[in-house]
Design a protein around this ligand. Structure first.
Ligand SMILES: CC(=O)SCCNC(=O)CCNC(=O)[C@H](O)C(C)(C)COP(=O)(O)OP(=O)(O)OC[C@H]1O[C@@H](n2cnc3c(N)ncnc32)[C@H](O)[C@@H]1OP(=O)(O)O
Ligand SMILES: N[C@@H](CCO)C(=O)O
Length: 543
């Protein structure tokens, strides 16, 4: 018989309300003190990291989620910058009552080093020369990006991240985090990514880089304050962008539709050579950074009269807009870091993941031919082979790789479910007290009073669960003048495993009106206790 206590009801704890947008947000920055050492052995000083933060850190800073951005992303993941019409790049999943719920979690997103959105990269001014680094910037790796993020996280006083999440190159950073700093990551969400960049992925990166470096305006990376290599950069993006879409999404978006102005008379269509002296190109700009140079773009160099299909004009648009928001040298360095990415050790991903402890959610996209589902499945297999709790999910989508930026419903559903899935192991007490069935009732009650517990699991010499005794059992025994513990033990004891969801523990407690359960391992040995108080404390933390 157990003492009936009030047991929390879990049914409505994680039910979703309608997601809302964050309002106006702004970026902050942090300068890493001293010298920042890179994987190559080279160093950088005065490394600046641009970041944004949404939601509040709780008292013990245990609710922090780090979001890692993809190839051309930035720190602005959600909400609106003052005056902007478009929100941050992952606004669909970050905000009040969205999967990355800013009412519960504190979300941090930083621009990678090597980038061009506030963090130190090739377009930054080198403290040594007073000029932009250009290609004197050292070679970067995904591990370098993660090491810089770790400095920021430590600076913010966070000892362990509740989760790290990201798609594409963001997913690579997630994987790297759990390999480099396993003790710092509780949960990991890697979407549309790989643990080892494939030859096909390297090949697409190589063509993009060649488009840039073959553009005469690239000028050995020294174009800051001059014309930017817009033609090469736009071409690189156009190639890349095709890989972010799918055959089906292109069919749906464009079909074989032509531009409204396109003349169906083939005899009137002609090629036109690009003009170096196009009158539309403004005079040389003398500004200091890539983003302030002239507005010369790909479409200004290549007139549109031959781009009669909708898909051509779309790609031109994607190329054009990219040149206005991204630095060509950053593109070279970041794509190269992606190429170098390989977490396998001695050719084995299982070996590469041997130290990982985080719980994983790995998501692929059915139509992603750049990072196909088999690469996510390989990650899950290698994690599982190491005993890591890794869940595999697929987003059913025709959008292709970029679906990780678009599939609002499926992303929210999968991520919310994973983040709110708290296991018994997360809240059980490992420092518990137990008794042997040969103990006297007097000794058991003294232990209960001393340690302020109402439940004592009864265990055999080798720690196996034999029963449970509660303070109510002891009260009754005293009233009935029973002295031996063996006579009052409840032997049909309810228990849970450490990998069970807390909802399971909660249901058992509710169904049987009990307020504590022993946690056992596969050999019936008691490894902890979970109580209704610890579940209530959890509600206080995240509810
Ligand atoms: C972490 C990160 O990854 S951040 C970086 C992510 N952002 C990007 O990659 C930016 C470029 N990529 C995109 O725009 C991506 O396709 C997405 C996933 C972000 C958006 O996808 P969608 O909403 O499906 O937009 P879509 O691909 O149709 O592009 C819309 C743009 O194309 C233009 N467009 C559409 N059809 C045509 C056409 N026939 N001719 C010319 N332009 C066209 C639209 O006017 C719109 O322009 P705007 O972006 O300047 O407003
Ligand atoms: N379209 C996204 C994903 C690339 O992996 C980006 O530009 O960052």
């Amino acid at each position: 018989m157990e003492i009936p206590t009030q047991v929390p009801h879990f049914k409505n704890l994680f039910s979703g309300k309608k997601g809302q947008n964050l309002g106006i947000v702004s970026s902050m920055n942090y300068e890493i003190p001293g010298i920042f050492k890179l994987e190559s052995g080279k160093t950088l000083s005065h490394v600046r990291i641009e970041y944004e933060m949404y939601g509040k850190m709780n008292q013990d800073k245990s609710n922090v989620i780090l979001i890692c951005h993809a190839l051309t992303g930035d720190a602005h993941a959600a909400g609106f910058h003052a005056g902007d019409k478009k929100p941050g790049w992952w606004n669909i999943v970050i905000g009040p009552n969205k999967a990355f719920d800013t009412e519960k979690y504190c979300i941090i997103c930083s621009n990678i080093i090597g980038g061009c959105k506030g963090s130190t990269g090739p377009s930054s001014i080198s403290p040594e020369t007073g000029k932009p680094y250009g290609i004197s910037f050292p070679i970067l790796t995904i591990a370098d990006m993660v090491n810089a993020q770790k400095k920021l996280v430590e600076h913010l006083g966070v000892k362990q991240l509740f989760a790290v999440a990201g798609g594409s190159m963001g997913g690579m950073q997630v994987l790297q985090w759990t390999v480099s700093y396993p003790e710092m990551v509780k949960k990991a969400i890697a979407i549309a990514t790989t643990a080892s960049t494939t030859p096909q992925q390297i090949a697409f990166g190589a063509i993009g880089r060649k488009a840039i470096t073959d553009d005469p305006k690239w000028n050995g990376g020294n174009y800051y304050g001059k014309k930017i290599p817009a033609q090469g950069l736009a071409l690189a993006r156009m190639i890349g962008h095709i890989t972010y879409l799918s055959d089906a999404s292109m069919q749906k978006k464009f079909g074989r539709a032509q531009q409204e102005k396109a003349d169906p008379d083939l005899s009137k269509i002609h090629l036109e050579a690009p003009s170096e002296t196009s009158s539309r190109i403004s005079s040389e700009a003398l500004s200091e950074t890539y983003s302030e140079v002239s507005s010369e773009t790909y479409s200004e160099i290549f007139p549109d009269n031959f781009s009669n299909f909708q898909v051509e004009s779309y790609l031109n648009h994607q190329g054009d807009t990219f040149t206005k928001r991204f630095d060509a040298n950053s593109y070279l360095y970041i794509t190269k870091a992606v190429d170098f990415f390989d977490l396998s050790e001695n050719g084995s991903l299982i070996e590469g993941f041997s130290g990982v402890t985080a719980k994983y959610l790995v998501i692929s996209i059915t139509s992603d031919w750049l990072y196909p589902p088999y690469q996510s499945q390989e990650i899950v297999s290698a994690l599982t082979a190491n005993g890591v709790d890794a869940k595999y999910e697929e987003i059913r989508s025709q959008y292709g790789h970029d679906a990780f930026l678009l599939e609002e419903g499926q992303l929210n559903y999968l991520i919310r479910g994973f983040l709110s899935q708290i296991l018994v192991s997360d809240i059980m007490y490992q420092n518990f007290y137990s008794v042997s069935r040969h103990e006297t009732i007097e000794n058991a009650s003294t232990l209960m009073v001393k340690k302020k517990v109402n439940h004592l699991p009864v265990v055999s010499e080798d720690g196996k669960l034999e029963g449970i005794v509660t303070s109510w059992d002891i009260t009754k025994a005293v009233a009935c003048k029973i002295t031996e513990l063996d006579e009052i033990i409840t032997r049909d004891v309810k228990y849970v495993f450490s990998g069970d969801k807390i909802e399971t523990a909660s249901s058992i407690m509710e169904d049987y009106s009990i307020s504590a359960l022993p946690v056992i391992d596969s050999e019936n040995r008691v490894i902890g206790m979970v109580t209704s108080e610890s579940i209530s404390a959890l509600i206080g933390k995240f509810g």
